[in-house]
Design a protein around this ligand. Structure first.
Ligand code: C6P
Length: 419
């Protein structure tokens, strides 16, 4: 049985009071189409607690105007709230400076920013980009587009049947032509926690920068970009109890400073004339146009919420839930868990012998259990595992063992229906 990801805890954290914190989520406490909803799909998008939505509503109703424009008190205060949220993200990631925190629409946009700005400036024909076998499409397609434009090649770090990266051959994959390594910290399909720190050290030994896709890591693991020494680190607010439409690109200051802007427009310029435009410095250089102000403030409120719950308590709770769910699911005849890595986050993909994952997902949905069924925007992972799709249950701090029991009962019902 895979163990949950390990995390050095200096003290045993007090348990989360799941019943109490569920009061923050109307979807979990009020009937949904006449029944209690069991939300096991936080990997697709986390639920927003009431405090996040209320903070955004307060901003929108009482504090809203545009930011970084105008001298009005209203504008100044909106700018302060927006920049305070950036500081919360800086602190959450332990970045050196808020200049290293760029707002984006999400992980996808953040990776596209790096590909279009850093990639276009630094890649040439014959260069290589090294990705892992378990990337989400968001960390594949932007690089394929860039590679096609530049005449570069994508190479892939393979994975074993357990869903762990095979790093024995890494040295040979890091060639003098490798210009960037892109790796997901936690696989959205397998739950695997990749050893990104070791990977970064290996790449840096050859002078190669590394982009880490942290979309599925930040809800579960404490992240310290300085300790990792990541060159770029990206994530989405909506996987982290925040709203959709806001995300983050962290980049080392010297890298971001050397990169050209990618979107042009208002608020990223120093001066514009018909002859020449000059740009402001970080982070505004990468933030053209009116940003998602309430989204940024909402993400800040989500970070406050998680901090108040305690990241170590969340981690311990999810680790226990993953162990319990793994044991219970493994006991179901004909059920196969895909992803048996030694280090896992609370994501479980599985297939049921002879039953299509979409049928499993639909019947569970009928039972009030929300899971995701499909290829999870990671088709190369499906190809590697030799399955067209999986059913995926993902657990968050508001789930408990009763949710796991309901999932097991739902799966048994699926099996009964399909006889
Ligand atoms: N994965 C899932 O169900 P956006 O859409 O930009 O917020 O996040 C994209 C993304 C990038 N990397 C990883 C590892 C991800 O898991 C995701 C989003 C969701 O697995 C939706 S496809």
């Amino acid at each position: 049985m895979p163990t949950a990801w390990s995390f050095e805890m200096t003290h045993a954290p007090a348990l989360l009071d799941v019943a109490a914190l569920r009061q923050d989520f109307p979807l979990l406490t009020e009937p949904f189409k006449g029944r209690r909803l069991i939300y096991l799909d936080s990997a697709v998008s986390g639920l927003c607690p009431r405090s996040v939505v209320e903070r955004m509503a307060h901003y929108q109703l009482r504090e809203h105007t545009n930011v970084h424009r105008g001298v009005s008190t209203l504008s100044q205060e909106a700018t302060d709230r927006y920049e305070e949220a950036r500081e919360k993200v800086r602190s959450f990631l332990n970045a050196r400076s808020t200049k290293e925190i760029i707002w984006t629409r999400g992980t996808t946009e953040a990776i596209n920013l790096v590909a279009q700005s850093w990639g276009r400036a630094n890649l040439q024909a014959g260069d290589e980009i090294l990705l892992s076998a378990m990337e989400h499409h968001a960390n594949i397609v932007p690089w394929q587009m860039l590679a096609a434009e530049k005449g570069a090649t994508i190479r892939v770090i393979p994975m074993n049947d357990a869903g762990e990266l095979i790093l024995d051959g890494l040295d040979a994959l890091l060639t003098p032509r490798t210009k960037l390594v892109g790796v997901v910290q936690v696989s959205n399909v397998l739950g695997t926690v990749n050893p990104v720190k070791a990977l970064i050290q290996a790449a840096h030994a050859k002078g190669i920068p590394v982009l880490v896709d942290g979309a599925q890591a930040v809800p579960h693991l404490p992240v310290d970009v300085q300790d990792l020494d990541a060159d770029f680190y990206v994530f989405s607010g909506h996987k982290l109890s925040g709203p959709t439409g806001i995300g983050v690109l962290y980049g080392k200051r010297e890298l971001l400073e050397a990169m050209p802007p990618w979107h042009g427009g208002g608020s990223m310029i120093l001066s514009v004339s018909w002859e020449k435009t000059t740009y402001i410095g970080l982070p505004g250089k990468f933030e053209a146009g009116t940003p998602n102000i309430s989204g940024a403030i909402g993400l800040g409120a989500a970070l406050d919420y998680l901090k108040a719950l305690g990241l170590d308590r969340i981690a311990a709770h999810e680790a226990a839930l993953l162990a319990y769910a793994t044991e219970r699911l493994e006991a179901i005849p004909g059920l196969r868990i895909l992803g048996q890595a030694r280090e896992k986050a609370s994501v479980i993909s599985f297939v049921l012998e002879g039953i299509h994952p979409h049928d499993v997902g639909s019947i569970l949905d009928h039972e009030g259990i929300v899971v995701r069924a499909g290829h999870h925007c990671a088709q190369p992972v499906m190809q590697r595992l030799g399955v067209p799709a999986t059913t995926r249950a993902s657990f968050a701090y508001f789930n408990d063992t009763a949710d796991v029991d309901a999932l097991v009962a739902g799966i048994l019902k699926v099996k009964e229906i399909f006889g």
